[in-house]
Design a protein around this ligand. Structure first.
Ligand code: DGL
Length: 278
């Protein structure tokens, strides 16, 4: 028998538009679900703030989505996951799925060279990330590459162009690319500029993100909990139509427009008109 909460939405949150890169992957493999997306743009970026502040903001975001009524929560932010996933799991009565920089898949590729992990300063300082490195360091050399200020550029909607190019060429000028075999995108915002990062590092280096893995994890958890929605929803050759309610804590109209545009770039059309700009 299905879980009585099966008709509820899946809640997804991030500090801003980065989590849309995760949401898009989830929609592609779970097209029958409905979603609520919360972007805490009033407090973005999270990655340059003290851990306690990010923990409190993340708990507040989870409480907010929980108060609306959701069947599962995806913390689509590596920084928030590192700072608060244990506390969020303790307070939620539904499954909670977090992000983790895709170090494991990078190690499993067994390429010859270092694994560079691009992430926010707070993610790279977190206990969770340092445990992850400790766990894998006997198999590969893992090198953290903090990217302060990159989330701010992406949040402005500048995902192509000179500002991003200059930032990436500056950050990679500190790295000896000869020794690097792969780059892990340990922040969901960076997935939005994956093509620019690929261009900046060159063809020989593999660029990896964990979004598809997270989407598969969401599907597995929903199936195990009998929470998968099996209602058929229209799917055309060129687009997926999905109901998403957006809640944005700052600059709501513009951020909602950007979120919709990013989804549209992935062939996903938001049917829902509702959005709350706090
Ligand atoms: N998308 C968030 C992450 O995955 C960005 C954090 C921030 O706001 O700095 O880490």
């Amino acid at each position: 028998m299905d879980n009585p909460n099966v008709k509820l939405s899946i809640g997804v949150f991030d500090s801003g538009i980065g989590g849309i890169s995760v949401l898009a992957e989830i929609i592609k493999i779970l097209p029958s679900e409905e979603f609520i997306y919360f972007a805490d743009t009033l407090h973005a970026p999270y990655g340059d703030k003290p851990e306690g502040v990010v923990r409190a903001l993340s708990i507040k975001a989870a409480e907010f989505l929980s108060s609306i009524g959701i069947k599962c929560l995806v913390v689509a932010c590596n920084t928030a996951t590192g700072a608060a996933i244990n506390e969020i799991r303790k307070m939620c009565v539904f499954p909670v799925i977090g992000m983790e920089p895709a170090v494991k898949p990078a190690v499993e590729l067994a390429l010859n060279g270092k694994i560079l992990v691009m992430a926010t300063p707070l993610t790279l300082k977190s206990k969770k990330f340092n445990e992850l490195i400790r766990h894998h360091k006997h198999r590969s050399e893992i090198v953290p590459l903090p990217c302060p200020g990159l989330v701010e550029i992406i949040e402005k909607g500048h995902i192509h162009g000179q500002e991003i190019e200059d930032y990436l060429s500056r950050i990679f000028s500190t790295v000896d690319k000869e020794d690097v075999s792969s780059v892990v995108l340990g922040c969901t915002h960076y997935v939005l500029i994956k093509e620019e990062i690929k261009k900046a590092v060159g063809k020989e280096i593999v660029v990896i993100d964990g979004n598809y893995g997270t989407a598969k994890q969401v599907r597995t958890v929903l199936k195990d909990e009998r929470l998968l929605n099996v209602i058929f929803r229209e799917r055309s050759e060129i687009s997926l139509k999905t109901n998403i309610r957006f809640f944005i804590s700052g600059n709501g109209k513009e951020v909602t427009r950007r979120c919709r545009q990013l989804l549209q770039n992935e062939g996903i059309i938001c049917e829902s008109e509702f959005s709350h700009c706090g």
